[in-house]
Design a protein around this ligand. Structure first.
Ligand code: PA5
Ligand code: NI
Length: 186
């Protein structure tokens, strides 16, 4: 005899997950030293100001399984630079990920191992297929929380140290418009 299982649930408009135990990770400004260009401004704001929260289902991480999580990135700036996630390559470089925009507006910054970059606009319903070998970072360019759903292999892992010189683009508020700046590492 067949039973109908109550599935997990995602509230499309808020990104809230429910229906199973969740893991939550909060990242504050003080957790992000060296991430924003204006160090003095970062220091003056730092404290425990929340920048983003990640909520995910507590999926058992067996080989071949997938994690499902939602990132909620606050609106805000350090100097003129918009709030963003730390960003990472996957420890297993070949493993990709899918992001789907749920609320707010922003950008997904992608950078490959040759430091080629591209930006994709993130908005409710936007779909982003992040290939393997590609570092990724969310940037909130709007005035409300940017929430995005992510699905990725449990075995992917995070490598936060590989981007030694950081990302090659910075995104700033230039008197009300979004400006993309190339970073000179020389
Ligand atoms: O798996 C992902 O790529 C996301 O869930 C990120 O981990 C999340 O957006 C937080 O970013 P980061 O891990 O770079 O701090
Ligand atoms: Ni990832």
């Amino acid at each position: 005899d067949s039973t109908i299982i109550q599935p997990l649930h995602l509230a499309w408009c808020s990104g809230a997950l429910s229906g199973a135990p969740l893991l939550t990770k909060s990242t504050t400004l003080q957790d992000l030293p060296g991430v924003f260009a204006d160090h003095t401004c970062w220091q003056s704001l730092a404290g425990s100001k929340p920048v983003y929260h990640v909520e995910m289902f507590a999926t058992p991480d067996r080989p071949g399984e997938l994690y499902t999580g939602v990132t909620h990135l606050m609106p805000g700036k350090v100097g003129e630079e918009f709030f963003m996630t730390r960003g990472h390559f996957h420890a297993r470089r070949e493993q990709g990920e899918v992001y789907i925009g749920l609320r707010g507006e922003g950008l997904l910054l992608l950078q490959d191992e040759q430091n080629s970059t591209r930006l994709e606009r993130v908005y409710p319903g936007s779909v982003h297929t992040i290939p393997g070998f590609t570092a990724h970072r969310l940037i909130n360019t709007g005035n409300e929380i940017l929430s995005a759903l992510a699905v990725w292999p449990c075995s992917a892992g995070h490598d936060y140290s590989a981007l030694k010189n950081g990302f090659a683009l910075r995104v700033v508020d230039d008197a009300g418009s979004v400006r993309v700046m190339e970073v000179n590492h020389d």
